[in-house]
Design a protein around this ligand. Structure first.
Ligand SMILES: Cc1cc2nc3c(=O)[nH]c(=O)nc-3n(C[C@H](O)[C@H](O)[C@H](O)COP(=O)(O)OP(=O)(O)OC[C@H]3O[C@@H](n4cnc5c(N)ncnc54)[C@H](O)[C@@H]3O)c2cc1C
Length: 436
């Protein structure tokens, strides 16, 4: 029998809760799936009962939610198999990057994982996946070899670029809009160690850190992927006194090359001035989660972003004036190169990702003032913005149809809309952020 939890079930709240605390799913029914067949039967049941289908692995990418429908939770589908000879991994729907990193490392390999090892590998990859090795190896999406997916007709299909080129193309980039993926086969890369870590600078050096980092990114080899976060610490007693009410710059380094060359490359950043902390050094890829050191527990946050084609001094002044956490990731390199297997991940022309994040929100928090503040910053960045968005970083109420459309190149958007009508005519997967 298909396992289901309705709203009266004692485990209902625990099962629907994920990483993002704001506006969790409020489905009529939850199916805690343990197998691909559970997923298939859940989709069949939803289609028969006229319920929409949503999917949640970890809740790191919670989109806009509307009450009702059926939620499939995939946390129990956590098998990982490595094929060392082919340098590939088969990852089930509920697998977090941490598991793939550990399993791949035993064979001297690494996945194209991102800043947080807690994020779900499947959704991250299908949404593009801008990782720690992004400038050297490109999008995680470009490594997808095969997809096991339950489509709206409740059929489990094994999709490859050769078997179903259109569906493959739409799923890789279209994320949850075309079906429920039960497993992915992805390529791994031969990376065991990094020269990586983080440099922390105190408030008086924050403007210099941002300006130096931005200049520094102008001439880097693709082996160097980096980002900077400017974090305003609240003026609260629990914050250590030197940080209270002040900003800190956090430069993150992942260099997949010779450590001595890495140290040479990082020298201009170390010359910014004294560091509060400097963890940059040789590290195994299995420790790569320490580079960004993203929060572990559930969190309530409001986040928006812009993609930029350049980062001149006037754009840096805008970012320095923001009240939120600011994160700038250096793109380009392999991210801008033609894709090895065609897929629908767009916006490959951007050179920087500029994210704004307001953390520390409690469930039900009024976010109207945050929207105004974030929009003000994004508006001021318009002269340097491409207008594009990254699907993976569209969260909650900000994942509007208009924002989702911006995640795709115009011709791809048209093709996705056509394919959506063909593969999901009744809009069963309406929570999955397909372009509308
Ligand atoms: C702390 C943090 C760090 C991050 N770092 C990075 C990063 O470095 N690079 C990057 O590119 N992104 C990053 N992200 C964004 C992240 O990749 C996306 O939000 C991703 O969608 C999260 O996937 P999940 O399974 O963990 O989350 P979930 O919230 O469980 O899933 C997000 C959405 O994906 C879809 N989905 C989930 N599972 C399936 C499935 N099996 N089949 C079909 N659709 C499915 C659903 O629509 C679901 O709502 C980060 C997010 C956070 C919160």
């Amino acid at each position: 029998m298909l396992p289901t939890l309705d709203r009266t079930h004692p485990d209902y709240n625990a099962e629907r809760r994920g990483f993002q605390l704001l506006d969790p799913y409020e489905p009529d029914l939850i199916v805690p799936a343990a197998t691909a067949d559970d997923v298939r039967r859940a989709v069949a049941h939803a289609a028969d009962a006229g319920l929409s289908v949503a999917v949640q692995a970890t809740g790191h990418g919670l989109p806009r939610t509307t009450p009702g429908g059926l939620l499939i939770t995939t946390g129990r589908m956590n098998g990982v198999t490595i094929d060392p000879a082919a340098a590939t991994a088969r990852v089930e729907a509920g697998v977090r990057w941490e598991q793939v990193i550990e399993a791949a490392a035993r064979h001297g390999l690494a996945p194209l994982s991102g800043s947080s090892p807690d994020v779900g590998a499947v959704s991250y990859t299908l949404g593009g996946g801008i990782g720690l090795l992004a400038r050297l190896y490109g999008y995680a999406a470009d490594q997808v070899r095969a997809i096991d997916v339950v489509t709206a007709d409740a059929r489990l299909r094994h999709v490859t670029p050769e078997s179903d080129p259109d569906l493959y193309w739409a799923l890789v980039g279209g994320r949850g809009g075309f079906g429920v993926v039960t497993a992915l086969e992805i390529g791994l890369v031969p990376v065991e160690r990094l020269y990586g870590g983080a440099l922390h600078f105190a408030a008086d050096l924050v403007p210099a850190a941002l300006r130096t980092w931005a200049d520094w990114t102008a001439a880097l080899p693709d082996e160097m992927t980096s980002s900077i976060a400017i974090i305003p610490f609240p003026d609260l007693p629990q914050v250590p006194a030197p940080l209270r009410g002040r900003k800190v710059a956090h430069i993150r380094i992942a260099y997949a090359g010779d450590p001595e060359e890495g140290a040479d490359l990082v020298r201009p950043l170390r010359a910014i001035g004294p560091r509060l902390e400097d963890t940059v050094g040789e590290m195994p890829y299995t420790a790569s989660g320490a580079i960004h050191d993203d929060p572990k527990g559930p969190a309530g946050y409001f986040a928006t972003h812009s993609l930029l084609r350049e980062l001149p001094p006037a754009a840096l002044d805008v970012l320095l004036g923001a009240d939120s956490v600011v994160e700038v990731r250096h793109l380009g390199g392999a991210l801008a190169k033609p894709r090895s297997h065609p897929n629908s991940v767009g916006n490959r022309d951007a050179l920087y990702f500029a994210g704004l994040l307001t953390p520390g929100l409690t469930p039900g928090a009024d976010t109207r003032h945050l929207r105004l503040a974030h929009d003000g910053v994004r508006q001021a960045l318009t002269p340097w913005a491409t207008g594009g968005r990254v699907l993976n970083f569209l969260y909650g109420e900000n994942a509007t149809p208009e924002e989702v459309r911006r995640a795709y190149d115009p011709a791809d958007r048209e093709r996705l809309t056509t394919l959506k009508a063909r593969w999901d005519p009744s809009h069963l997967f309406r929570h999955g952020l397909p372009p509308a």
